[in-house]
Structure formats: C-alpha cells, structure tokens
Design a protein around this ligand. Structure first.
Ligand code: WT7
Length: 666
C-alpha cells in the first residue's frame, strides 16, 4: 500500500473510532495501573485520601482525615501542620538539589532562558521571603501578585507560602480596574508586580497598568515590589519607582544568603485566594487551604499526569489561572519534578514554538487547552511535523469540552498514537482534577472527560437531584466532599452556600449526606459511567477556557456614555470555543456607529481585560424580553450562533427578533 493510502485509511479509522485503549508501553510504567483503585477508594472512603496526604511531609501528623460535622464547611486532615514551600522545595534538596525545578523559556527567542535548580529555587525563595517579612508581611496577610509568566511569580508564591501569607494572583492580562477590585476585595496591602513583559517580541507596559490600578485601590497599600523584567531604563515606559515601590533585585541582593524557617501552618489555614467570575458582577474569592489543596494537587499530578521526579513536565497555561497554580507550581513541585514555564504565545516567532520547546527540553507531558489545540489544527500539521516529539508520554487538556475531531488531531499529530490523552474536568473551586480517565487504567473516549476519579462521587442528576439514566443529560454534581475543594468564598459564607450548595442540598440539615455540590455545568452520562461535560448552565461564558461573567461585561458596557441597555451572551467560536456577543441599545440622541462600537470595546478592555473583548457588538432598538421583563438570553445565543430561532411565544416583543437578525446580518 502506498504511504498516502495508508494515511487516508488510518485517518478514516481514527475518525470512526470512539474508544481508544491506553498504549501498552504507557500502562507498563504508569504510576497507577491497577483498576482495583476505584473499588478500594469507594470501600475505604474517606480514609482513602490518606493516600494523598502520604505524598506530603508533615510537621505534625493529622488526627482526622475528614471533619464533616458542619457541612458544607468541611475540614480535611485536621490537627495536621505543614508548610507548602518546604513540601515543594526543602524536602527535595537532598536528592534533587542539583536538578532543575523550573525551566523557564522567555519570549524573545534570543532571550537567555533560565534554569532554577531546587537548590537555586530554595535560595531565592528564602531571600524573597526574608525581604517580604522585612516589609512587614506576616502570617495571614494577603499578598497580591499581579505578574506575567516570569520565574519570580512562582518564587513569590512559594515565598508567601513559606511565611504563611496567603497569595492572591491576578492574571497579568486583567485590567487596572480588575486589579483594584481584587486587592480591595481581599483587603490586600501588598503587591508584587513587574515593569512589563514581552508579547510577540514587543515589550508591554505592565507597571503603568499596575500603577493605575493602585491609584484606584480604596484600602491602604503599604508596599509594592516591582520585578525588572524589561531591563533597567530599557523599557521606554519610564515610570520609575515611587517611594513605596521596591526593586525586586535590590531586595534579593539586600537579603543575600538569608534563610527563613518555613512556618508550620495548620492544615486548614488559607494557602491562597483566587478570584473567578460568577453570575453577579462581583468576582468570587475562592479560598483554598494548605493541606487538602496540596494533597489534591500532588495526588492528581501523580495519578493523572503520571508525573515522576525525573520527568520534564510542560503545562502551557498561565499561572494567573488555577491551572497554573495547581499544575505548573504546586502539584509538580510537590512531586519534585522539573516544571516548565513559557512566557510567550505559541505562534511567536513561528507557529511551531511549542513543538520547538517540547523537542528542545524533551518534555514528557504536555498539558494544554482545547482552544490551543483547535488553533494548532487550523495552522496545520506541518508545524509539529518539523519537530521530534517522541519524548512525549502523555497529553492532557483542560478548560472546556474538547470536540472529538480536535482530540483525534492531538492524539495523532502530537502524540503519534503513543500517548494517552487525559481530558480533565475541574474548576477553580475544585482545586484540581475531578473527572477524567486514569491514563494507565481506563479506555479513552474522545469528547468525554471520563468517569469520576477514584474516591470522587460525581453524579449527573435531573432537576430534582435524581441521578439520570445512561444516555440522559442533566446537571453535574459532586455528592461527597474531597480534600481539594474550596472552603468558602472569602468573607462571604452565605454566597458560598448560595452559589454551590443551595440548588441540591437541604441547607437546614447537619447531615453531610444532604449536602450536594453544584458546579453549574450541564453533563451527559453514558453506559460505562463516562461523563461528557456540556458546558455552563449559568450566565458565565467560557472564552478560550477562561470564565467570564456576562454581568461583569454588561456593567462595563452600560457604563459607556450613550448606552441605555446591554445584554451579553456566548456564541460559538471555531477557536475560542465561545466568544462574547454584545447586544446594545443606544440612548436617544446617540448613534450606534463604529465610534460607539470602539468605545464599548475599550470600556470592556478597561474593566476586565482584552480576553473579554466582544467579538461582535450589535446595535438593536430593543432586547427580546419575557412578559416579566427578563432578557431572553437563549434567543440571543441562537441568533449569535446563526441557529433557527426557537419558541418566541413567551416574548413580550416577538417582532424584535427579526430586527436583531437584520442587525446581525449587516
Ligand atoms: C469551568 C471551570 C479547570 C481549570 C481551567 C478552568 C469548564 C473545565 C473542562 C473539561 C469540559 C470543562 C467547565 C468548568 N471545564 N474543564 N475538561 N471539559 N468543560 O477553570 O475558570 O474555574 O472554569 O470550565 O465549565 O465549570 P475555571
């Protein structure tokens, strides 16, 4: 058979195939390969989670695995004490001190990349922790980190953890306003930031944005540390440092050789806050704690990502999101492996950048997002073909559903049919992976995340909370607590209960069996118990794997001069998964023209950041509303997707639908 024919035949076979067995070569070496783990964990729940706790080094042993006496405020490994930075660094020094902890790849290609061995990481984390302590940072002070993908970001996280000071990382792509809101919400008086970073070869002004954000902070800000990423006086932005602003390198030099004893923290002490979008305009401060979170990140890194200390593991996410927290920093470092960080974008200087990095560093795993895979697919397989990707042993995806076509492209063109793919469902709130295949055990089904992990009681239920039968769609729920779960929303226990528990729980009950966690995703169950996640059922849009609240975007738009009303929905997008569609009514005396459109887009970028930029702004004389005045978002979604419009009989103003369709068509 000619090569071409063989290839066509292979493609046809792959396209039809809806189940793939893990490659034998992978199973033989997998960290977890015994299927008995599912039954064992179920029989031994919650004690099964000692398996995760055993991956950590404790200063004081815990007394109880799970304290469920006050649901939904569950506590894990109570009585135990440990320090996260000691777990991620110090305990590896003896065996792995000279091995790379972090391999950092900078963006301009001529940039000197940096390697931090465990020894070097230990030194700099100690020095920075000493500096922070001198600035006044103590246990339980929340430090905001508004930083791009530079090594100083994980160093700052670990320095905070060493001191017992929780961090709140704000994604560098977020706007000045978003920074100010988050600092105030967390009562955070300390900020670590950077002068700038590079995007596709050009320096970006980050300190200007940080300064603008700081000007908007209502609470006291005591100190600001600025990492010099662009090179002194070399950035052309010329902000200089204000009186309360310290140069990172100066602080490190002042504390050369300093050593800070890791502060023993209670298992349930806060490790960090991470703000995420919800249904209301106000972001939610998701609180994660010390032991349960780290145990979860470490156990899932080991069992799902199959990380071993000698691996070089590459996750292409940004540390500004939960994926980077759990699976660039905490999970991999807890296991003592080499974790990679890439500052730039996958298409600079060319569209083979990731494959060049995989080849050069001989990466063992690659964990990325479906949106990236769809972009790679669009660019074509000639880019991965230029490189030797045979070092890869496992592939992963996260952030949104992956369509089977993209899954198969990834499997063939990146994994060469030799790597299992883990499609991992989880959320900022879950701390780590919840639903996915164990790669050394389970059959893979493209498009379906898989069964719940061992010990995770995820179920798909109907509107009444009853489990659906196979083949049916319903709502994803988690029926039992797990160590990595959020503990509450910062300063807002009530909203915590409302958002995640109220839907399916008896909130008056003290019996944990009456409490059910609702992640606000729709899902489908198949005959083998595999869960296919269908997407959000709340007013949250998932753009390129990132959560954006429609209310947040709407309030930014309504703040624009001349805008009377706005509705925002998610519409399908070939690469981003979903994109932001805005429908806007202008006030009398204003024109819905290009100038107005630009002002609206700028307002959204200023309030949130470029990721929330509307794909399309449609001016309309009215919005479709029910008789009770509720905007019919479902209809607007249909219009955005160019779908046939469903039932409009409940509308107060059905005639408006044709007008909007006309406006979209324009
Ligand atoms: C939401 C969580 C998990 C870190 C990145 C996003 C969606 C996530 C999958 C997946 C289908 C997924 C869900 C979830 N999601 N992973 N494998 N398949 N959907 O974290 O910003 O907290 O968003 O992302 O809708 O609820 P996040």
């Amino acid at each position: 058979m000619a090569d071409d024919d063989a290839e066509t035949e292979l493609e046809a076979r792959l396209a039809e195939q809806d189940a793939f067995e893990p490659p034998e070569s992978f199973v033989e070496q997998a960290n977890v390969s015994d299927p008995a783990i599912y039954d064992d964990f179920e029989d031994d729940w919650p004690a099964c989670w000692e398996t995760a706790a055993d991956l950590l080094s404790w200063d004081t042993d815990y007394d109880t695995v799970l304290d469920d006496s006050n649901p939904p405020f569950y506590e894990w490994f109570t009585g135990g004490e440990l320090n996260v930075s000691a777990n991620c660094i110090d305990r590896h020094l003896e065996e792995r001190g000279d091995e790379a902890a972090i391999e950092w790849v900078g963006e301009p290609v001529e940039e000197a990349n940096r390697t931090y061995t465990y020894e070097e990481l230990h030194r700099e984390v100690n020095e920075f922790a000493a500096a922070l302590r001198e600035l006044g940072v103590g246990e339980d002070d929340i430090v905001t980190l508004y930083m791009p993908m530079v090594p100083e970001l994980p160093i700052a996280m670990l320095a905070c953890a060493r001191l017992g000071a929780p961090h709140s990382v704000v994604f560098a792509g977020f706007s000045a306003d978003a920074l100010a809101t988050r600092m105030d919400a967390a009562d955070s008086e300390y900020l670590v930031t950077a002068d700038g970073y590079y995007r596709r070869g050009d320096p970006l002004d980050h300190l200007g944005k940080a300064n603008e954000g700081l000007a908007g902070v209502e609470g006291d800000v005591s100190d600001v540390v600025v990492v010099d990423r662009l090179g002194e006086n070399d950035d052309g932005f010329g902000h200089g440092l204000a009186e309360d602003q310290h140069d990172y390198d100066d602080l490190i030099a002042d504390h050369e050789g300093a050593s800070v004893d890791p502060v023993a923290r209670d298992a349930e002490d806060m490790l960090f806050l991470m703000y995420t979008s919800g249904t209301t305009g106000k972001p939610k401060g998701v609180k994660h704690t010390t032991a349960g979170y780290l145990a979860w990140a470490a156990w899932t890194s080991e069992s799902v990502l199959d990380i071993k200390p000698e691996d070089t593991y590459f996750c292409s996410a940004d540390i500004g999101w939960i994926t980077g927290h759990s699976y660039i920093v905490y999970g991999p470092l807890a296991l003592g492996t080499t974790t990679m960080m890439y500052e730039g974008t996958p298409d600079h200087p060319e569209r083979d950048r990731l494959w060049e990095i995989v080849e050069e560093y001989e990466a063992d795993q690659l964990y990325t997002a479906p949106t990236a895979i769809r972009a790679f697919m669009k660019w074509g397989e000639q880019y991965p073909e230029r490189h030797d990707l045979s070092s890869l042993r496992l592939l992963g995806t996260v952030g949104e559903p992956i369509n089977p076509r993209a899954w198969k492209w990834y499997y063939t063109n990146i994994g060469n049919e030799e790597c299992p793919i883990v499609d991992t469902w989880w959320q900022t709130e879950t701390g780590g992976m919840m639903v996915t295949t164990l790669p050394g055990v389970k059959t893979m089904k493209p498009g379906s995340a898989g069964p719940p992990l061992p010990g995770v009681d995820a179920q798909v239920v109907d509107g009444n909370g009853e489990e659906v039968s196979p083949g049916q769609a319903g709502y994803l729920t988690v029926q039992k607590p797990w160590p990595g779960m959020l503990r509450t929303l910062y300063d807002n226990d009530e909203r915590f209960i409302d958002e995640y528990w109220a839907e399916y729980s008896d909130t008056d009950s003290e019996d944990p069996a009456d409490w059910v966690y609702f992640p606000e995703d729709g899902a489908k169950l198949d005959d083998d118990g595999y869960i296919t996640v269908l997407g959000r059922v709340d007013d949250v849009i998932n753009v390129s794997g990132h959560r954006l609240g429609t209310m947040e975007i709407e309030s930014a738009i309504v703040g624009t001069e001349g805008v009377a009303e706005a509705a925002v929905v998610g519409g399908n997008h070939e690469v981003k998964g979903e994109a932001v569609y805005a429908y806007v009514i202008v006030e009398d005396g204003y024109e819905g023209d290009d100038g107005m459109r630009e002002r609206i887009i700028t307002a959204v970028e200023d309030a949130i950041g470029p990721i929330a930029r509307p794909e399309s702004v449609v001016f309309t004389p009215e919005l479709p509303k029910t008789r009770s005045g509720k905007i019919m978002r479902r209809l607007l979604e249909d219009i955005a997707n160019g779908e046939e419009i469903g039932d409009t009989t409940t509308l107060r103003n059905p005639e408006i639908v044709a007008d909007i369709e006309d406006a979209v068509g324009k």
